[in-house]
Design a protein around this ligand. Structure first.
Ligand code: AMP
Ligand code: MN
Ligand code: MN
Ligand code: MN
Length: 276
């Protein structure tokens, strides 16, 4: 069976492999197709595509966005869009600006707790200028303010923390529209990670369907076979497509491997053919 992976991160967001390294690794892992889906950025796609072309791996444009519904955070993957679409690029620019404003607010809140991080310090820890809370957590550890990532999030960065700033400038509709304008598919990422029971999950799908979602990531590293079956059923019932990915982050999530997740993930090339 030909295998693929449609959910991966590079050093352009919070992964540790450069796009080139990731595609080379995909080749080693014998994947026939791969999408790069960095958080809020398409910076890695050009390098990824060029490497994939050289190695004979099929390359899929991807990105991962956050949307807020009823003050809860959900992740939407954009797949197979035209990355040169001007409207899409403008949307990404606005989103990155919103992220910057938020990061400045996080720095201010940390300062109230006598935790001093400089914007430029954070910037120097990124490859392409995109600072996520993951970058905050690493710098907090490096400067000795916390012992580990968990403490960084529970004390400061998570919604329970003292320096939490929600990202809510973008309406779910804006995200869906931007993906669709560029000819892409909008997929609900990792449905098992929102703390919802089956009924709540179905209600979410119904809400997202009204927002023109195209599919759900039924196949995912941490899905049990039962969960996958349930999600495949939901997709069928609500006439949605199915995607699959590992959410590979390299050394930042060392237990998740490319293509195979925690060990027994399998995403058939057929999934990609059906998405088309
Ligand atoms: P942001 O896009 O700035 O909200 O940051 C998202 C990053 O923070 C992603 O890399 C997440 O994996 C990471 N993250 C979010 N919540 C937690 C948490 N509770 N523990 C560890 N990492 C987290
Ligand atoms: Mn991530
Ligand atoms: Mn996600
Ligand atoms: Mn992801």
């Amino acid at each position: 069976m030909k295998k693929i992976d449609l959910h991966t991160h590079t050093s352009c967001s919070d992964g540790t492999f450069t796009p080139e390294e990731l595609i080379k690794y995909a080749k080693i892992k014998n994947l026939s197709a791969i999408a790069i889906t960095d958080h809020d950025t398409i910076e890695g796609l050009q390098e990824g595509e060029a490497t994939a072309r050289n190695l004979g791996v099929e390359f899929i444009n991807g990105v991962e966005f956050s949307i807020i519904i009823n003050s809860k955070d959900f992740h939407i993957l954009g797949l197979m869009f035209d990355r040169h679409c001007e409207k899409f690029k403008n949307f990404l620019e606005k989103m990155q600006d919103e992220r910057k404003q938020r990061n400045i607010k996080i720095i201010e809140l940390l300062r109230k707790d006598n935790v001093i991080l400089e914007y430029d310090e954070l910037l120097s820890t990124t490859k392409n200028g995109i600072i996520t809370r993951s970058h905050f957590s690493k710098l907090l550890i490096k400067k000795g303010y916390v012992k580990n990532v968990d403490e960084a999030f529970s004390k400061y960065l998570s919604y329970k923390g003292t320096a939490y700033v929600p990202r809510n400038n973008f309406k779910p509709n804006d995200v869906m529209e931007a993906i669709h304008e560029a000819g892409g598919l909008a997929i609900l990422a990792h449905p098992n990670r929102y703390d919802l029971n089956e009924e709540e999950l179905e209600n979410l799908i119904i809400d997202l369907k009204k927002l023109q979602i195209d599919g759900i990531e039924a196949i995912y590293s941490s899905h049990t076979p039962k969960m996958e079956m349930f999600l495949r059923g939901l997709a069928k019932k609500h006439n949605l497509k199915i995607s699959g990915g590992s959410d590979f982050h390299g050394a930042n999530k060392p237990s998740i491997d490319l293509g195979s997740g925690f060990g027994n993930l399998q995403i058939s090339k057929q999934i990609l053919d059906d998405l088309r």
